[in-house]
Ligand binder design. Sequence first.
Ligand code: CS2
Ligand code: MG
Length: 402
Amino acid sequence: MSRIEHAEVFVASPARNFVTLRITTADGVTGHGDATLNGRELAVASYLRDHVVPLLIGRDAARIEDTWQYLYRGAYWRRGPVTMTAIAAVDTALWDIKGKVAGLPVYQLLGGRCRDGVLVYGHASGSDVPSLLDDVARFREAGYRAVRAQAAVPGVGGTYGVRKGAIYEPAAASLPDEQPWDTEAYLRFAPTYLRAVRERYGFDFHLLHDVHHRLTPVEAARFGKTVEEAQLFWMEDPTPVENQESFRLIRQHTTTPIAVGEVLNSIWDVHHLITEQLIDYVRTSVVHAGGITHLRRIFDLAALYGIRTGSHGATDLSPVALAAAVHLDLAVPNFGIQEYMEHAPETMEVFRCGVTLADGLLNPGDAPGLGVDYDEKLAARFPYNPRYLPVARRLDGSVHDW
Ligand code: CS2
Ligand code: MG
């Protein structure tokens, strides 16, 4: 038995903020977990440091499921992004340790490869339609088999999903950026650029689009119907997801596939969406939905209902989360697609990550564990930098879902 000797929480900002947990066993084996919750980083760091780390010391590092149950049931207070991100970090670090102890990459512990590589989608975006079309071409030339397309809605400043520099980053310093939102302008404009992408480049690659919770159920139904000819791989987060039932209305009106889950944290949050077949892809992630152990449980439930996976993988999820996702994606039978956004060079210097991209497929490499190292000395040179996600306001000044 190898006992947990210590656990450290690192908060650093190599190009953006990341919270990273490192667990070390008495035998000197280390494992890492991502604990980043964009714009709420310190809440998870405190949950871990103040409430979880003291419970880990002396526990058997091999007992992953028992530790998960202990942290989940043992807290009495359940679910929610802060709790589930903290539990995820512990769970991910323990899988990393188990892999290193066994001398095997984590995907082998999860049952081994189901596929040659993990299909990813890249993020094309533009300030207008011509620049979006150029960006789609760039991803296709780089070998991507699937591309997400987002363009800034004319007259609506700072549309989500549109990259300003080389790396997409919606979080802003000091107070949240307040961005206007006009649903009618979006509903008129977005279908035109999705059509333009198909007209220019045809249908031999997957095209995706993120609605980012902006529409009511009936507006989402109208959007899904309008874009059917573009044959989207999915429309993502068409409406806010607190009310799982509302997806039934969308479903009744359109054959455009639906993907949901980046803001959800537990199997209970997706229970009705899955068992009533209201969605096609479940997008929960290792980091925000309780780690590899819990995500596997969600994916297995989804498999029973013919629903595939499509985990969230934006730049605010660290390379540790990406590596964990890729190991799981390789091993689950109902894998669909993995979101992939390139991290900044500073991020990749701090997190040395064995994940590689070739021909539009990711692979985790064969290093034992997750195959990611964290350079804490280098990380210390990038202190935490408080940032907030934007807030959206409708034209009348009232708050909308960002
Ligand atoms: C987006 C994210 O990648 C996505 O699909 O919805 O960029 C999301 O806005 C961020 O992860 C929020 O932190
Ligand atoms: Mg999204």
